[in-house]
Design a binder for this molecule. Structure first.
Ligand code: C2E
Ligand code: MG
Ligand code: MG
Length: 722
């Protein structure tokens, strides 16, 4: 303020001095020596430079008050003398001007200083108020200066660092190479992005700093200083670290969560899988509970359910419900012969054949092994059920071809009808079963309708079965022998062993009464083995006694025929009894032989390997084709007695018998006719070329004692040789 007063007073003084200037001009007097010599009055030079009181047209002169050195131009005279009363004043005026200039300069300098100071304080303010580290260092690395903030955060004073190397002082060892590299690039003028690094504080702690740098160049354009501006990012770093940690934690939690979710998902999947498995097993259980796994047919349980519904419907509609119980004849033999897997395939085929033979809404069910049941609901007439049964029996008589195997297997069917044969499911199923049993007993391959008499038949059969078992234990069987006569010589050339049951309560029971039951129950095996053993012993004795040579034929049951140990059993029997194989002939029925031709051929070959002969019994009843006949390596064909019986009354039978004889001849087989009872029959057979006969005409089957007696008496027969 004081300074301002000073300038003001100086300026005022200068003003005064300058103000006197014009007055000094007014007092300049110029005397001129004119060319014309005239003495003109002096003139006064006025301030605007014009000469007053003077004829200006004759003179020219210029004047400037500011320049006392000004030369006046005189054209018509010369300035004679100049009375300059203002010289002192002009001097002062000059000094005033100098002062003025000096003062002005002073003011300007003052202004400049003030401005510089202001700028300095402004930049210092910026520098020291900046919340960033500002570090200025020379390109040789020595620290020039740094700001207040840098001092605050590092703890260093300017005096402690000035002139020191910034790198070795402030930068941790491990970060130096990288920073150095970056700064060298920077100095070379290459672009360097912001650098993150750490600095060491006075107390040894470290700060994270984000550096950005700029270069100050000297007048030659060389890098002189580096201004490094560093943002303290320690907090940010800590926050970042914390954030990273939190992130890591979060990531870990997320991972845990994901793992838990995965686990949960797996558990869920497991539960789903278990549920699915439970559902499937429930389905399976349901399927197993109601369906047969092999054939896919409803089982007995489902059949009974269906029957219940059908009966309820029948009660409402007044219609008939038919129940058919179907059983495969000889399934066991097929199963044993070809194996269980083949048996399974066969059962599936049976199921298909049954399904194809009934209506779509009829129920075909598998009860057990080879036993099936068919439910025929909504039937109008009994005849319809019978027709359905007939159709099935007919269908099953056809040949079976499974894979490369061809065979025959028939069915037996028992029928019960609602309402006639029972009111409830249980009774109807049982009565259909009784009818089935009846069909089996009546030779199989047929159907039977239930009748109350069947119950009696069943109880009789059960009784027979238990009595048969007892008979085996008590050895109540005997073997009878029926002579076989040479048709040309009437000589006994052999015998057929035929079993009899000597029942203590009923006397002699013929084989047809117990053999079917024995076959079904398997009791036939021990019976037949015993017969074979007895007959072989007998044969050996007769031959040894010199009555032979006799050929002894023994009947083979279906059960035996299918037994794998048949060959061994026969070998053993021959060995034990001492009977020669060439004296033994085994009879297999035609119906048994054609059931499985492949197996029959195999067994016959095995038997023939032992030296045994084989004959085909009951020929003409088993539907064997000529093709089959020529395949079988048999020795003898036995014409069934049903063809012989009607020989003289029925020309058809004659034709058949003749054809059989011719056929056998062609195939080089021996022919025996069984059941020959009359001379006419004998004559016919003789005429046609039959080799041997067997029948009541010559002899009934006889006990061994009787045969012994006959043999001793000579065994030539001319007529009935009883
Ligand atoms: P098959 O093998 O065809 O036996 C012939 C059957 O015809 C015998 O009946 C016999 O007595 C009978 N027969 C013989 N000549 C005449 C005749 O002139 N007129 C009549 N009407 N019948 C005659 P059998 O002894 O009752 O045997 C019946 C069937 O039982 C046999 O038929 C055979 O298949 C079977 N069989 C008999 N014994 C055995 C045996 O030990 N084991 C096996 N597996 N089956 C046997
Ligand atoms: Mg026989
Ligand atoms: Mg026979």
């Amino acid at each position: 303020m004081r300074k301002n007063h000073k300038y003001c007073s100086v300026l005022f003084l200068i003003f005064i001095l300058l103000a006197c200037g014009p007055f000094a001009h007014g007092e300049v007097r110029v005397s001129i020596k004119y060319e014309d010599g005239a003495n003109y009055p002096p003139f006064t030079c006025v301030q605007d430079g014009r000469l007053q009181g003077f004829n200006t047209a004759d003179y020219s002169a210029t004047y400037s008050a500011g320049d006392p050195e000004t030369v006046y131009g005189i054209k018509k005279g010369e300035i004679d003398k100049e009375q300059n009363h203002t010289q002192v004043l002009l001097f002062f005026e000059a000094i005033a001007v100098i002062f003025f200039v000096i003062v002005l300069l002073q003011i300007y300098i003052h202004y400049l200083k003030k401005k510089i100071r202001k700028e300095h304080s402004f930049s210092d303010g910026i520098l020291n108020n900046a919340n960033v580290i500002i570090l200025v260092w020379k390109t040789d690395g020595t620290i020039v200066t740094f700001n207040k903030y840098a001092s605050e955060v590092t703890g260093f004073l300017m005096s402690e660092l000035a002139g020191k190397q910034w790198l070795s002082t402030l930068i941790p060892k491990e970060a130096r190479p990288e920073l150095l590299k970056a700064f060298r690039k920077l100095i070379r003028g290459e672009a360097v992005t912001d650098i993150e690094g750490r600095i060491i504080c006075k107390n040894g702690s470290r700060l994270d700093v984000l550096w950005s740098n700029s270069i100050l160049f000297d007048e030659k354009g060389d890098a002189e200083y580096v201004i490094s501006t560093g943002i303290n990012i320690t907090d940010r770093k800590v926050a970042e670290k914390k954030l990273q940690e939190s992130y890591n934690e979060l990531a870990a939690t997320y991972e845990e969560l994901a793992a838990a979710e995965e686990k949960l998902k797996n558990q869920f999947d497991e539960i789903r899988a278990k549920e699915e498995a439970v559902r499937r097993s429930e389905e399976k259980i349901h399927y197993l509970a109601f369906y047969d796994t092999l054939t896919g047919l409803p089982n007995r349980q489902l059949f009974e359910d269906q029957l219940t519904k059908a009966l309820a419907q029948a009660r409402r509609t007044g219609k008939i419900t038919g129940i058919l119980r179907v059983d495969m004849d000889y399934f066991k033999l097929i199963n044993d012969a070809f194996g269980h897997s083949f048996g399974d395939t066969f059962l599936k085929e049976v199921a298909d054949r049954l399904k194809s033979s009934v209506r779509e809404f009829d129920t075909v069910s598998r009860f057990a092994s080879d036993e099936f049941a068919i439910l025929l609901p909504q039937i109008s007439e009994i005849r319809d059920v019978v027709e359905a049964a007939e159709k099935i029996v007919r269908l099953f008589r056809e040949q079976w071809t499974i894979g490369e195997k061809e065979f025959y297997s028939t069915v037996s069917i028992g029928i019960a009808l609602y309402p006639g044969d029972g009111q409830d499911e249980k009774t109807l199923i049982r009565n259909a079963g009784a009818a089935l049993y009846s069909a089996k007993t009546l030779g199989k391959n047929n159907y039977q309708l239930y009748s109350p008499g069947i119950d009696m038949l069943i109880s009789k059969r059960l009784e027979l079965e238990s009595r048969l078992k007892r008979a085996i234990e008590r050895q109540e069987f005997v073997v009878y022998y029926q002579p076989r006569i040479d048709i040309k010589t009437n000589e006994m050339v052999g015998m057929e062993a035929l079993v009899r049951w000597l029942d203590p309560s009923r006397g002699l029971v013929p084989p047809m009464e117990f053999i079917p039951v024995a076959e079904e129950t398997g009791l036939i095996v021990p019976i037949s083995e015993w017969v074979l053993h007895t007959a072989c012993s007998q044969c050996k004795r007769w031959n040894e006694e010199g009555y032979g040579p006799f050929n002894l034929s023994v009947n083979l049951s279906a059960c035996q025929f299918e037994q794998k140990s048949l060959k061994e059993m026969i070998e053993r029997t021959l060995a034990v009894t001492g009977c020669k194989p060439q004296h033994l002939e085994l009879e297999i029925t035609e119906s048994l032989a054609v059931r499985n031709i492949e197996m029959t051929v195999k067994i016959i070959n095995e038997l023939k390997e032992l030296g045994i002969k084989v004959s085909l019994d009951d020929f003409g009843t088993g539907y064997s084709s000529l093709n089959y006949l020529q395949m079988m390596p048999i020795n003898t064909l036995k014409i069934d007695k049903s063809f012989v019986r009607d020989l003289n009354e029925n020309s058809n039978q004659e034709a058949i018998a003749e054809a059989i004889v011719v056929l056998a001849r062609r195939l080089n087989l021996n022919v025996i006719a069984e059941g020959v009872e009359t001379e006419e029959q004998l004559r016919f057979l003789k005429e046609k070329g039959c080799d041997m006969v067997q029948g009541f005409l010559f002899s009934e089957p006889l006990p061994v004692e009787e045969i012994d007696r006959m043999i001793r008496q000579g065994h030539k027969f001319t007529k009935r040789g009883r």
